[in-house]
Every structure is written in structure tokens, then in C-alpha cells.
Ligand binder design. Sequence first.
Ligand SMILES: Cc1ncc(COP(=O)(O)O)c(C=O)c1O
Length: 429
Amino acid sequence: MKDIVPSPPPIVRHDIAAIQALFQQHVVPSYGRFDLVLSHGSGSYLHDITGRRYLDLGGGIAVSSLGHAHPAITEALVEQSRKVIHTSNFYYHEPQGRLAQALVSLIGPGKCFFCNSGVEANEGLFKLARMFGHDEGRFEVLTTVNSFHGRTLAGIAATGQDKVKKGFDPMVPGFRQVPYNDLQAMRAALSPATVAIMVEGIQGEGGVTPATPDYLLGLRQLCDEKKLLLFMDSVQCGHFRTGRFQSFQRILEGVPGGETFLPDGISMAKSLGGGFPIGAFWVRAPYADLLAAGSHGSTYGGSPLACAVALKILDVIQRENLADNARQLGERLKTGLQRLAQKHPTIIQAVRGLGLMLGIELAPNLPNLPGDPAKTPATRFTNLLHAAGLLAIPAGPQILRFLPPLNLRPAEADEGLKILESVAAGVAC
Ligand SMILES: Cc1ncc(COP(=O)(O)O)c(C=O)c1O
């Protein structure tokens, strides 16, 4: 019998150009990609097809919570796939129930919904807000300038960056942006239609900017006063990255009133699945049954396989105390970055972030920065880091982000700092 699907042409090993040509011919060019062609990874390292090794301090944009090829993730994938991968949400299964229980116990009284990505988790919260405000005709969600909430139509309407909206008008109605960390601006922006506020605990794509404690506590008070839902987009900054499960728990540590702070909804994804796609939202108890049967769903959401992986990751994080590791290694990296900024103030003008979500802001004028002047300084600096064996993630034109695995080792943090130092020194001279 003839093959129904012709077998794909063999990949030519080490042929970077051939693989890039496959993308150019067959993949929608919606991403600006770096030139690297990666083949495999181990722990905090990735390898390209030529055999070069890179220290991965980008973590696939805060996704690879246990690094690459972690045996516990492989084990969870193999074991669960031997039992059942997918059932549909017409039926019950243990991994989804247990994962919801684990997330609720880490956050507070409420319930969870499972989906496949960060933007889908946000969409769920937007729908929850609309259901909450429906009978009063309230539907508007206020978000913040420089925020990022994903790439669906509602996601880009919610996002506070013009570049993601460009060309996709008209925007989905019901979203407006207000300056971040500005409580007065938020209060002034409320309208009779406002039903919810969504903020990131640490703005990621917008440049690694943490919310201030006063801002978070003030938002809670404002939402209580005006009967609004307070949502936190924890897709990037959550899952122990800051040393606590949620970034607001870390930001509010030791702050009077901080221990009892809870938003009404939290979106999660990225590190939750360590590379296996899974998203989720948690909703606080009073609103946990608003989305009744038939009102929301996702075919793949919370599959036995995805939930088994997420449960295994939580297990490893707890067993190996990776929250503390993120806190300690975050301090080590941040101190090293600050030292570097002091040594090269003409290259690095600021260091920001918490735990293993850190950013450096490049100085506005870097005359010795090589590369295509049409590309942003952050992209050109990242290219230099790649050439030196380090992966980092640009966040806007001037900022580089470090979002490494939660099990990063001290020697790896030091290695990253050493590479950064050599690259900064090269640009300085
Ligand atoms: C804060 C935040 N929210 C939402 C998203 C969208 O997540 P996803 O790409 O999984 O849809 C991202 C992705 O970078 C993010 O950083």
C-alpha cells in the first residue's frame, strides 16, 4: 500500500541553512527568530545542531521550570501516557482533581479551571468578569500600560503595548489601559462599566517591573470599595519564580496587611507545565461557581497527561526546596548584575526584578554595540551573548530578561555572570 502521508525529507544534520529554509518556506513568519538552531538540552543547558552548548538563563521565557530533559518530567510523561493521555472534560479523572487541590492549597480558598496557555487562562478570567458584571451591564476590564496578556483578540485588547495591537483593529471592546503602579490613575479611570482590574505582579514583557506593595494593597481596597474583581496575571512571574508561589506573596512579605491579601482571580501557565502546555486560572471562593456547566470549556484543558506533569513538577519543587533556591540564586544573580552595572554604568543602567525574574536595562546610547542598527540594542546585545554561549530574552528595545530554571545551580549563575561581564567589557571598550 502506498504511504497515505509521504514521509518528511530527512533533516540534514548540522545544516543550519537547510533547517532555516524549511521555516522560511513553510512556517508563518510571525516570530522574529534568532539564528540558533537548537537540538537538545540537559539541565540548564541547551545545545545547537553544531554541538555548541548554551547556558539557558532565558528558560524558554520562564517555562522550563526544572530545566531541560528533567528525568521526573520524562517519567511523568511516560507513566501517565501508558495509562491515559486524554479523556475530554465530559469525565472525571484523578490528576486534574489533585492538581486543582494543590493549586488551591498554595493560593487560598477557591477553585481552578484548566486550559492550555497563558492567554487562554486570561480569556477565562475575562469571561468570568463579564459573567460577574452581566446583570448590571458592567463589562470593562482595566489593565496597565506596558502590560502583556497574550495574543488572542481579547489578549491584545488587554495588553498595554501598541506594537501587539498594530494592524488588528478594531480592538475587542471593554479594555482600557492605565499607567502601572499608579493607584490614583486607576481610581480616576474607573467608569460605570468597569467590572475588573487585571495587573501583573511583575510586568515581564514590559520590562521586568515589580508592582509596589502599596499599589497591590491599594488595588485590593479599591476593588472592594467599588465591587470590582481584582485579577493577577501570574503567567510569567508565578510558580515560585520569585521564591514564593505567587509574586504578590513575595512582594507583600512583611508588609502589614500583606499576609491576608488575595486577588479574586489568578492566571497561570508557563512554569506550571515546565514545557508541556498547560494553563490554569484560580478563582476566589465567592466567585468560584460563576462559570456554571456549559459556560466555558477547552477540549484539551487539564488533560490527565498535562496535569500529571504539573503535579510532578510541584512535587520536585517541594521535595528539592526550589522556592528557596529561586530566592537564593535570584539574590546571587541580582547582586552580580548590580556589581556589573556599577562596573559598567555606560552599558547597564539599571537592574530590576525579584528572585529568578530579573532584568537589566541597557544604557540608551551604546556606540560600540555591533550588529544591524535596524535591530534593537536588546536584540544586538542578546546576539553577543549567544556568541559567548549564553541565552537571555529581550523585553522591549533596551531590556534583557533572565528567567532561568528554578533548579539553577550557584556555579551556573556565576558562569552566566562571567559571560555577561565579558560581553559587557567588550561593548564598553
Ligand atoms: C504575563 C503574561 N501573560 C500572558 C502571556 C501569554 O501566555 P501564552 O503565550 O502562554 O498564551 C504571557 C506570555 O508571555 C505573559 O508573559
